[in-house]
Design a protein around this ligand. Structure first.
Ligand code: CDP
Ligand code: CDP
Length: 224
């Protein structure tokens, strides 16, 4: 697996990680790992199973039994397509509650590593560059101002037909970011060798082209 290239994109909520990961992966023909979706599905399944989300061992024990399938942009949990449920902010909060526990992070490690397949991987999350893929060829830490991020997430939810109050959404995002940054196990942090990208005033295309330029500098495309 050592010669399978990896690009990591970490950062706070709604900074644009998932969008950028897909744009870059599409341009390069790479796989995508949306690691947040794995924490979201774990939080959702644990809540539905009636588990106490503060009990890391109990939540971790549930992980191997999850019947997860990733099919063409859809995520299936058993017989249910859960993509819409996963996007809700309530599910994001469940995800950040289960994500503080080292046994839960450990239980999701092998699954995350399995996304590293040829011809390459773009992985998005909080600890892709620091914990999961420390040898990645290119690490990006993506940020945007708090108001820009709340506004983006609000528009995104509305466009998906999910109603959201901007003030309570902003409070939820701030609480989640604080929990993710302050936990002791793999907090949201830029790796020492990450390149910082504040995309508050950038279009998606500008960010994509910048990352592709960085990639070209590090790992030149094969000659046509
Ligand atoms: O994955 P993450 O939570 O970091 O963010 P995302 O879901 O990729 O992006 C959140 C929203 O911001 C999406 O609707 C993107 O289209 C939007 N966005 C934007 O408007 N401008 C950017 N430069 C980046 C993202
Ligand atoms: O889209 P957004 O950035 O809001 O969230 P996400 O990437 O889907 O992640 C949801 C939650 O899962 C985060 O708030 C973190 O608590 C957790 N997470 C994590 O701990 N480590 C990761 N690599 C990815 C997500």
């Amino acid at each position: 697996a050592q010669d399978i290239p990896v690009i990591t994109i970490d950062g706070p909520t709604a900074s644009g990680k998932g969008t950028l990961a897909h744009e870059v992966a599409d341009a390069l023909g790479y796989q995508v790992l949306d690691s947040g979706a794995l924490y979201r599905v774990t939080g959702l399944a644990a809540t539905r199973a009636g588990l106490d989300l503060s009990d890391g061992e109990a939540v971790a024990a549930l992980v191997p039994s999850l019947q997860l399938r990733f099919v063409a942009g859809e995520i299936w949990l058993g017989e249910e397509e859960v993509s819409a449920a996963l996007r809700e902010e309530a599910t994001g909060l469940m995800a950040s509650q289960v994500a503080v526990h080292p046994p839960v992070r450990e239980a999701l490690t092998a699954l995350q590593h399995s996304f590293r397949r040829l011809p390459g991987l773009v992985a998005d999350g909080r600890d892709m560059g620091t914990a999961l893929f420390p040898q990645a060829d290119l690490k990006v830490f993506l940020t945007a101002s708090a108001s820009t991020r709340a506004d983006r997430r609000h528009k995104q939810l509305i466009s998906k037909g999910i109603s959201a109050n901007i003030e309570s959404l902003r409070a939820d995002l701030e609480a989640r970011d604080a929990r993710d940054q302050n936990r002791s196990s793999s907090p949201t942090r830029a790796a020492a060798d990450a390149l910082l990208l504040d995309n508050s005033a950038q279009t998606i295309e500008q960010s994509r082209d910048l990352v592709l330029t960085w990639w070209q500098e590090r790992r030149p495309f094969p000659a046509a």
